[in-house]
Structures are given as structure tokens and as C-alpha cells.
Write a protein that binds this ligand. Structure first.
Ligand code: UD1
Ligand code: CA
Length: 476
């Protein structure tokens, strides 16, 4: 232990989110790219918050407004401060830009890169423990990589009976052929004494292949002043995202972590390799999820739910004991308990199914409440509608909610029966317990308890077909 080092004291964090991410070949800043329903930078910021860092400073630059917006939506409690890096002059320069936001802070500063999303909480806790126990100027996470290409290499000096001593980090572009053979890489995760960090950074230049101020050069300075503590982590945890193939590779790992977590909590996932569940989705126990199901951010699924193959859920809630049969698609929809949906149902934004509702194949709903126990089992469109409890909607029923200019409501009151192939021209109300005959076009309100028919009368011409065939066979 270096006795001259100050007490680590409180903990702050700086998360670097300013870069463009040129290798992504994207108009969108790299840290805004989505990883399992969250922007990339959400993950390191969340780790810093979890570890108890306060404040957490996000350094913004490229598309600063958009990045700040997504961060403040994810972390609404004013825990996050923002610092601007107007020009992206390197990772060291980026940290220096956070100095002002940490003006009154003294203690340990955790530095994380916004493009390294898979770090585990326990690994960060190990780093923090090592820092507190040994009080170095700087502690860092390193990893042994099978393919270190693209990462900074950790140059060390072997010592007897001790782990090798960290001397410095060399970026790949600046490394000699020999240094490129080093398989220990820099994770880009550091804990440093705040005074040391900002002093060292303010003295750095950009004399390197990229003309940037490298944060990694602080490592050499710390090694000269004392010992740099290195904590090892699995490469899987520290792997970054620099291009889209790496984004997909990190997503695959995170997806399996999320699926495994749900399975541990009592959810059956029949084919985890093809199941996509975004980060933060809640699923109750004993729910069974079939293959090729996607459950996106903002969804909540109850207990004992059955979600069959190919269903896609966005910002939707599914109540206990409900069943989503194959290939049903739910957007901003609430499905109550013990409902049956699909196969091939499409529930669009604003659909609310109360308890025990059945919505069957090729049924589309939009901004529609279907009350307790009502059924619409086949080939139907219900838009801007309120369907009463116990209603039966026949096959092929359509609410004509749009007149070319505006949308209008349809109300079908409790206990009404709508025959097959009915068109309801909105605005229109069908009263409680009323019947609407099959094939009707309903343009006027139907009083409670009545029968409405709105179709041409059937005409029967006795013997017509027989005569026609006879004519044909005579050739006339
Ligand atoms: C960096 C490290 C490298 C390490 C690797 C781990 C440096 C010089 N190199 O390389 O040793 O192995 O990460 O993933 O630090 N950023 C800014 N402002 C800038 C430049 C970058 O905010 O001026 C942000 C980026 O948005 C990104 C992060 O810093 O989130 C890392 O930058 P990136 O350019 O990806 O660094 P690497 O080349 O991956
Ligand atoms: Ca990177």
C-alpha cells in the first residue's frame, strides 16, 4: 500500500458518451444504438449508479441533446450530471471535460466508457474493494483476450512471486509488433484518485498515432508514482461495441443472460436461442414462452401465461393465466387475466381486453376496450370501439370508424349479439342486449333489447336454375 495516497473517500463516476462511433457507419451516435431495448450507454451508467457513485457525470458531445434526453428518461432522479466535450479529442480529453462538473468533489472517480455494456456488478465491486484496500492512485480492469485486435494492450513487467507490474497501456495503432502480441487488454474501466486523475490529465498531450489525448496515458503516470492495481475480468464482460457486428455479438450474450435470469425465476423458455426479451421486462412465474417470441421494452407479463410461438409484444401488459396463441402481435395493449388471444391476432395501441376476453384469428383491434367475457373470435376489425361485457362479435364484423377525415366511436353495449359480417358505420351505438342480424350495415343506433336488420331482402326464384341448365343443353 502506498501510504502517501489519500483515503479513497466518496465515489463519483464519469461515463464517456461523446464519441460519434465512426465504425458504426451510422448517423446516430454510437451510444444511442439499442441493445436489448436500452441505449448502449444505459448499461455503464446503471452500473455506476448501482455501485453508489454520486454524482455520475455523463460526458456528451456527438448528438448531445439526443443522448442527454435518453439518459434523463432512463434516470429521472437528477442523479446524473452532464458535461460537454464539444470536440472529440480523445478519451483523456473527455474525462477532463468532466472536471468542472466534479469541481467540489474529492475522492475516487470511476471512469467507464459508454460503449462497454456487459460489465457485471460483481466485477465492479471487486475493483472498488481492491481500490479501497490498497489505495492506489489508479486501479483498472484488464482481461486476457483470444483476439486482442483493436484494444489497448497492457504492458507489464514480470516479478518474482507477485503478479506482473503494470507499466503502461499502449493503443494498438501505436504498438510495436512485439507489443501487439500481448494478449492482456485494457477494459477501459478505471478507478482513480480524483486529484491525481485531473492533474495527470491536464499535463497530457496528444503525441500519438491518432493525435488524441489518451486516457490510457494516465496509467503510465500512475505506475511511475506508485502501483497500479489491475483486476482481471472475463473478456466477455469487458468487450466493447465499435461496429455493428460487435453490437450483435454483445446482444447475443446479454440476451442469454436475461433469458437465464427469467428461467431461474421460474419462467419456462422453450427455445432460449430464439427468444428475445429486452432488458427490464418483468415476467411472472410458471409462464411458458415458446420459440421465436420477442418481448420488447416496457412489457409486463403475469404468472401462468402461455405465449406461443412467434408472438411479438411491445409496451404491453398480459394478465395472469392468459394465453397468446401463435403469431399474435401486441402493441401498447393491455390484456387482462385469463384472456385468449390469437392465433394471428393484431392488437394495436390503445387496446384493452378485460378479464376472460377471447380475441381469435385475424382479428385486429385499435383504441378499443373489450369488456369482461366478450368474444370476437374471427376475422374482425374493431377500432375506436367500446365492446360491452358478454358481447359476441360475429365473424367478419367491421367497425367503420373512419369517414375519410375523422375517426368516430362505436359502442356495443353489454350482452349484445352482433351477427356475422356486420358493418357498423360509426358513430353508432348498439343498445344493451340487442341483436344485429348477420350481413347488416348499421348506420343508426340500435335500441336496447331490439333486433336490427340492415340488408337486402332475399329473393327466391323457384325452378330458375333447372330451367337455365335445360336452356344451355339445348344450345339456345
Ligand atoms: C479505448 C481505449 C483502449 C481500450 C478500449 C476498450 C483509449 C485511448 N483507448 O479504445 O485502450 O482497450 O477503449 O473498449 O482510451 N469518447 C468520448 N470522447 C472522445 C473519444 C471517445 O467521449 O473524444 C468515448 C466514446 O463515445 C466511447 C468511449 O469513449 O464510448 C471509448 O472510445 P473509443 O473511441 O471507442 O475507444 P477505443 O478505440 O475502443
Ligand atoms: Ca470502444
Amino acid at each position: 500500500m502506498d501510504a502517501s495516497s489519500p483515503n479513497p473517500g466518496p465515489l463519483a463516476a464519469v461515463v464517456l458518451c461523446a464519441g460519434k462511433g465512426t465504425r458504426m457507419k451510422s448517423e446516430k451516435a454510437k451510444v444511442l444504438h439499442s441493445l436489448l431495448g436500452r441505449p448502449l450507454c444505459f448499461y455503464p451508467i446503471w452500473r455506476a449508479v448501482e455501485l453508489g457513485a454520486a454524482p455520475v457525470v455523463a460526458v456528451l458531445g456527438h448528438q448531445a441533446d439526443e443522448v442527454q434526453k435518453v439518459i434523463s428518461e432512463a434516470f429521472p432522479d437528477r442523479l446524473i450530471r452532464y458535461a460537454m466535450q464539444p470536440e472529440q479529442r480523445g478519451t483523456g480529453h473527455a474525462v477532463l471535460c468532466a472536471r468542472e462538473a466534479l469541481r467540489s468533489f474529492e475522492g475516487a472517480v470511476l471512469v467507464l466508457y459508454g460503449d462497454v455494456p456487459l460489465l457485471c456488478r460483481e466485477t465492479l465491486e471487486r475493483l472498488w474493494e481492491a481500490f479501497r484496500a490498497r489505495r492506489p492512485k489508479l486501479a483498472m480492469i484488464t482481461s486476457i483476450a483470444d483476439q486482442p485486435t483493436g484494444y489497448g494492450r497492457v504492458v507489464t513487467q514480470a516479478r518474482d512471486n507477485q503478479p506482473a507490474k503494470v507499466l503502461r497501456v499502449v493503443e494498438e495503432k501505436d504498438a510495436s509488433a512485439e507489443e501487439r502480441c500481448i494478449d492482456e487488454v485494457n477494459a477501459g474501466i478505471y478507478l482513480a484518485d480524483s486529484r491525481f486523475l485531473f492533474e495527470a490529465l491536464s499535463q497530457l498531450g496528444g503525441e500519438n498515432a491518432q493525435g488524441e489525448v489518451y486516457l490510457t496515458d494516465v496509467v503510465e503516470r500512475a505506475a511511475k508514482e506508485g502501483e497500479v492495481v489491475a483486476v482481471r475480468a472475463d473478456f466477455e464482460e469487458i468487450a466493447g461495441v465499435n461496429d455493428r457486428s460487435e453490437l450483435a455479438a454483445r446482444a447475443a450474450v446479454l440476451r442469454m443472460r436475461i433469458n437465464t435470469e427469467h428461467m431461474k425465476r421460474g419462467v419456462t423458455i422453450q427455445h432460449p436461442e430464439t427468444t428475445f426479451i429486452d432488458d427490464g421486462v418483468e415476467i411472472g412465474p410458471n409462464t411458458v414462452i415458446g420459440p421465436m417470441v420477442s418481448i420488447h421494452a416496457g412489457c409486463e407479463v403475469g404468472a401462468d401465461v402461455r405465449i406461443w410461438q412467434g408472438c411479438v409484444l411491445n409496451q404491453s401488459t398480459v394478465g395472469d393465466g392468459s394465453e397468446l396463441r401463435p403469431y399474435s402481435v401486441l402493441d401498447e395493449t393491455v390484456v387482462g387475466p385469463r384472456c385468449q388471444v390469437g392465433p394471428f391476432a393484431r392488437l394495436r395501441p390503445g387496446s384493452v381486453l378485460e378479464e376472460g376476453v377471447h380475441v381469435g384469428n385475424f382479428v385486429e383491434t385499435k383504441k378499443t376496450r373489450i369488456r369482461k367475457g366478450a368474444k370476437a373470435n374471427h376475422l374482425t376489425y374493431l377500432g375506436d370501439a367500446d365492446i360491452g361485457s358478454g358481447v359476441n362479435v360475429g365473424a367478419g364484423t367491421i367497425t367503420c370508424n373512419y369517414d375519410g377525415e375523422a375517426k368516430h366511436p362505436t359502442v356495443i353495449s353489454d350482452g349484445a349479439f352482433i351477427g356475422s359480417d356486420v358493418t357498423l358505420v360509426a358513430p353508432v351505438t348498439v343498445g344493451e342486449g340487442a341483436y344485429v342480424g348477420a350481413g347488416s350495415t348499421i348506420t343508426e343506433d340500435v335500441p336496447p333489447g331490439s333486433l336490427a336488420l340492415g340488408r337486402g331482402r332475399q329473393v327466391v326464384k323457384e325452378g330458375w336454375a333447372v330451367k337455365r341448365r335445360a336452356r344451355r343443353s339445348r344450345g339456345s
